[in-house]
Ligand binder design. Structure first.
Ligand code: ATP
Ligand code: MG
Length: 565
């Protein structure tokens, strides 16, 4: 039914191995480390997205496979952008993906005191200085890829003056931006990250965990590697953008009295077609109400995937298939969808729902009679059992399943043509009822009582089997059909609003569902036969059932937008 797109790195993905696992295995074999310790280090300034899932699966997966440990560490060094809501959501999302940090939950802010003392040590050793230049001056004197930077006029302050100023920065004596602490490395370095990078900035901001204790906060580069060292991380895995930061990572570990020497490894970040995986963009989508929230089912966030009904096992399988490569690439979103369909096809129970109902009256079926027919819950899994569905004189079928003047290849219902109603009977359309506007509002049909269960004793065949529901027994529901959030396979992160898909959400307000669907629990994803996979949404109330379409049965989207066939 679906064709499987090629994995980004099929060879390694198939072996379940990658260059990072090879390194870990070699380091354990050579006794360089007795135990592998990894970490997942999110900044709590947004919800996690499927790109983070790659990092989570890699870090927690390696710890599991090699009997090691993986820490969850909040990189909470930027209090102006960080919130408790994000801390909570990140923990929930990691658990939902199936991983657990046990007791190894840390915050970079737990290390602020130690990081500060180490910074004083750098000053005493002549490796850091307080710079009074403005941010703008620092930026313009940094040079370019082809030109060296210029030394700051404050670069040669005495240790005593530096210590005094740094302590006063900490005491909150200066306004935001007045001064920074910089590493004294080399303003002519070919690597711009080594041109006296900023280690501390003044920020009078309330921190969710440390409150108003600090008026200065460490930079990412300063906090990150030292947090790794404090936690005894052996393999610090990050994305390729940080490759050029590695010399600074190592310089700091070399100059500071750290308790361990982690090593940084870089891998390709996950990019997906029709998707933007950037917290900045995702934050803006939420803020500007392009979506209903971080967990809008169109969002590539873990919370969005969860609400959409995507099983965590499908996300893990997807991450396994794409592998871990050293070169950036863009993965076809069809690959993720393939994994979702595979998992749901295996696990979800079959049900019947009519998304766009058209009333059918079976004229030769007795008024008021209701018949219970048996329907199977899963075609490949007899243990899933059967259920009863009610048949009666008034039914609903899918509007698309009827054509008054059908083209040659249309085998579903049309005047005079016989079809099978799944699990029920053969029916034939005898009349079409229209309203004043000429729209079809009802079909008049007859059924053949001898075809109960869906087969004719005389052996005659029909070319179509359709789903249907009893008008009286089925329940009304709202169904939300989602499509790609972006219409462009490579949306522009700069001006993403122009690339939004105006058809990303279609709300069907008068759908009908069978009682077994109405009674489902929200985490159960069901296959609505011939329509796709659906899950109950949290917006459901006692009066109104709401379902999200997790995914259709087939990859029709790529065809519609002229993508791959
Ligand atoms: P953004 O760039 O969207 O703000 P970030 O990478 O800065 O995201 P962090 O919270 O710092 O977000 O990320 C936590 C971890 O997840 C980091 O180790 C980062 O390398 C990893 N990560 C983030 N995005 C991806 C991605 N698309 N693919 C793989 N790993 C990712
Ligand atoms: Mg980051």
């Amino acid at each position: 039914m679906t064709t499987e797109p090629l994995a980004a790195d099929t060879a390694t993905a198939e072996a379940g191995r990658d260059f990072i696992r090879d390194i870990v295995q070699a380091d354990l074999a050579s006794h360089k480390h007795s135990q592998v310790v990894t970490r997942f280090p999110p900044e709590p300034n947004g919800y996690l997205h499927i790109g983070h899932a790659k990092s989570i699966a890699l870090n927690f997966g390696i710890a599991q496979e090699f009997g090691g440990q993986c820490n969850l560490r909040f990189d909470d060094t930027n209090p102006t952008r960080e919130e408790q809501e994000y801390i909570d959501s990140i923990q929930a999302d990691v658990h939902w993906l199936g991983y657990d940090w046990g007791t190894n939950l840390h915050y970079a802010s737990d290390y602020f005191e130690r990081l500060y003392e180490w910074a004083e040590g750098l000053i005493r050793d002549g490796h850091a200085y307080v710079d009074d230049q403005s941010q703008e001056e620092i930026r313009t004197s940094r040079g370019t890829l082809t030109e060296p930077g210029k030394n700051s006029p404050f670069r040669d302050r005495s240790v005593d003056e530096n210590l005094d100023l740094f302590r006063r920065m900490k005491a909150g004596e200066f306004p935001n931006g007045a001064r920074v602490l910089r590493a004294r490395i080399d303003m002519a370095s070919g690597n711009i990250n080594l041109r006296d990078p900023v280690l501390y900035r003044i920020l009078h901001a309330h921190h969710p965990r440390t409150g108003d204790t600090w008026s200065i906060y460490p930079s990412y580069d300063y906090a990150h590697g030292q947090s790794d060292a404090i936690e005894g991380i052996t393999h610090s895995i990050c994305t390729l953008e940080f490759e050029d930061h590695r010399p600074l990572y190592e310089w700091l570990l070399d100059k500071l009295p750290v308790p361990s020497k982690p090593r940084q490894y870089e891998m390709a970040r996950l990019n997906l077609t029709y998707t933007l995986l950037s917290k900045r963009v995702l934050t803006q989508l939420v803020r500007d109400n392009h979506v209903s929230g971080w967990d809008d089912p169109r969002m590539p966030t873990i919370a969005g995937l969860k609400r959409r009904g995507v099983p965590p096992a499908a996300v893990r399988e997807f991450i396994k298939r794409i592998g871990v490569a050293k070169a950036n690439s863009v993965v076809d979103v069809g690959m993720l969808e393939f994994c979702i369909r595979e998992e749901l096809n295996r696990t979800s129970l079959r049900r019947m729902a009519v998304l766009r109902p058209l009333k059918v009256v079976i004229e030769n079926y007795p008024e008021g009679q209701v018949e219970e027919l048996e329907a199977i819950n899963h075609p490949d899994n007899p243990e899933a059992g059967t259920r009863k569905i009610a048949f009666g004189r008034e039914l609903y079928i899918e509007r698309d399943d009827f054509m008054e003047s059908p083209p040659k290849k249309f085998f579903r219902l049309s005047p005079g043509n016989e079809v099978r109603l799944r699990y029920a009977y053969f029916i034939k359309c005898t009349d079409v009822v229209k309203n004043d506007a000429g729209e079809i509002v009802e079909l008049r049909c007859t059924y053949d009582p001898a075809t109960k269960g869906g087969n004719a004793p005389d052996g005659r065949k029909v070319k179509a089997t359709m789903h249907w529901l009893s008008a009286a027994q089925s329940k009304p529901a709202e169904i939300r059909v989602y499509n790609q959030l972006f219409a462009n396979p490579s949306p522009n992160a700069g001006n993403f609003a122009a690339d939004l898909n105006p058809q990303s959400l279609e709300v069907l307000t008068d759908a009908r569902v069978e009682p077994a669907i109405a009674e489902s629990n929200s985490p159960d994803v069901m296959q609505f036969e011939r329509q796709g996979y659906f899950v109950r949404d949290k917006d459901s109330t006692a009066d109104k059932l709401v379902f999200n379409r997790t995914i259709g049965l087939r990859d029709t989207f790529a065809k519609e937008v002229g993508g791959k066939g």
